[in-house]
Design a protein around this ligand. Structure first.
Ligand code: HEM
Length: 432
């Protein structure tokens, strides 16, 4: 296991196994991006919370306090009760200082972008309806051949013959990027710029990614400038993409621009992380690798197992509009609650042997895509993308093995692998 932070922090994590759960200590670990780059320590803490304090109040430094909800049934209960819980007041972890900076420029609102995850009620329904048909299984099916082409082109460039590569950087991060950019309408030559901007938004606490001094507001401004020009071009030259749909929709410019940013960010890192993390799970469980290679009809359940296993989105928040009781805890109106998806997806009450990676798990009840009215809009696309990716990968390679220590990104929101060194043998090379 690659450990990327000082031993002292890990000792803290290990000490949690024997000391009392304490609001400040647990809170500080949960918000620490470095803690998330050690999945074993992170999951050890979540397991303990599920067992001893499934609804637990934390008070981290530099962040507003919140309840962390770690049980599968509780996350579902909250996310389904849309008459009581809202998204608007708090969507994800953000430092109090950043929050204040944002409220200053928005005149008191807690978000820069008006987009689906921070919308509620009719506004949410209306905006979601705009693109829902685009992401329906029947609609995205027509992209099958195109996506297959992207995967093949990528493998031609990166997995030719026998060799080594960083599977995360060279392969897993590029394919979902091409797919989502195609859907939005961004040309291939602008992908590198999009990649940089999405990573600045989602991975700003990782020293290896934070290559220059950035702040959230200027990154968002960069996105806005780019997408404003794209919207303009689609008004005069429509195409078969989301940009055209949004250019023709009756919504404000800010909402349209926010939609782009949401699709570009939500549709990329999540899927890359699931592909890379799923590949790592196959490599660490060679019997599952062989099982899948021997029976590709298992691929749909394998894909869902990879997504459960990785659970790249660590949380979204919900806030009750009235006092509420959950597992005997009195939650006050307005107290934010963190829905912890990685924990729900290892819940012993729901998953048989939750720490076993099993590509044949019966129909999946995982919550990696969330639940209720905000459930992931791109879930069918993500599954289809991954299915095509692994079909093409297995058609191409004969052998794949780890070639060094994997490393995880430092972030407390959308997490996953930063580096996955592999050695591969291609089918063509074996045949020759
Ligand atoms: C394996 C990949 C993915 C995972 C694990 C994932 C996970 C999630 C989660 C946990 C949520 C919040 C759900 C909730 O609050 O209950 C979400 C929302 C969302 N996701 Fe995904 N996602 C993935 C891929 C995608 C893709 C490919 C797109 C394509 C555009 C996408 C677009 C969205 C959008 C637009 C929302 C906001 C929905 C709303 O608030 O109504 N996601 N996703």
């Amino acid at each position: 296991m690659a450990r990327e932070h000082p031993a002292g922090d890990l000792d803290d994590a290990c000490n949690l196994a024997s000391t009392a759960l304490e609001a400040k200590a647990v809170g500080n670990l949960l918000v620490d991006p470095r803690f998330h780059s050690d999945p074993a320590a992170y999951h050890a803490l979540l397991r303990r919370l599920r067992a001893e304090a499934p609804v637990f109040w934390v008070e981290p430094d530099d962040y507003a306090p919140f309840w962390i909800v770690t049980r599968h049934a509780d996350v579902m209960q909250v996310e389904r009760a849309m008459d009581i819980f809202v998204n608007g007041p708090r969507v994800m972890l953000r430092k109090t200082a950043v929050d204040e900076q944002i409220r200053k420029v928005t005149g008191g609102r807690p978000f820069l972008l008006n987009q689906l995850p921070n919308m509620d009620g009719d506004e949410h329904r209306l905006h979601r309806k705009l693109t829902q048909a685009w992401f329906a299984p029947g609609r995205i099916k027509i992209l099958d051949e195109e996506l297959r082409g992207y995967a093949r082109d990528l493998f031609d460039r990166t997995l030719d013959g026998d060799g080594r590569c960083d599977f995360m950087r060279a392969v897993a991060s590029w394919y979902p990027l091409r797919v989502i950019m195609r859907i939005i309408g961004v040309p291939a030559e602008d992908e590198a710029l999009m990649l940089k901007m999405t990573q600045q938004l989602f991975g700003p606490d990782d020293p290896e990614i934070k290559t220059e001094k950035i702040d959230v507001i200027s990154t968002v401004q960069g996105f806005f400038d780019y997408f404003r020009a794209l919207l303009e071009s689609r008004r005069t030259a429509p195409a078969d993409d989301l940009a055209t749909l949004l250019a023709q929709a009756e919504i404000g410019e800010k909402e349209a621009l926010s939609y782009f940013i949401l699709a570009a960010t939500a549709g990329h890192d999540t899927t890359s992380a699931s592909i890379a993390g799923g590949t790592l799970a196959l490599l660490q469980n060679p019997e599952q690798f062989d099982r899948l290679r021997g029976d590709m009809s298992l691929l749909p359940s394998a894909v869902d197992e990879m997504i459960r296993w990785v659970s790249p989105v660590t949380h979204f928040f919900r806030t009750p509009t009235e006092d509420y009781e959950l597992r005997g805890q009195a939650i006050g109106a307005g107290q934010a609650m963190m829905m912890c998806y990685p924990s729900a997806n290892r819940d012993e009450e729901v998953f048989d042997e939750p720490y076993r990676f099993d590509i044949g798990r019966p129909p999946h009840r995982h919550l990696a895509f969330g639940y209720g009215p905000h459930v992931c809009l791109g879930q069918h696309l993500a599954r289809m993308e991954m299915r095509i990716f692994f079909e093409e990968l297995f058609a191409r390679i004969d052998g794949l093995e780890l070639d060094g220590d994997p490393r995880w990104i430092q972030t407390n929101f959308v997490g996953g692998l930063k580096s996955l060194p592999v050695r591969y043998t291609s089918r063509a090379a074996v045949a020759a």
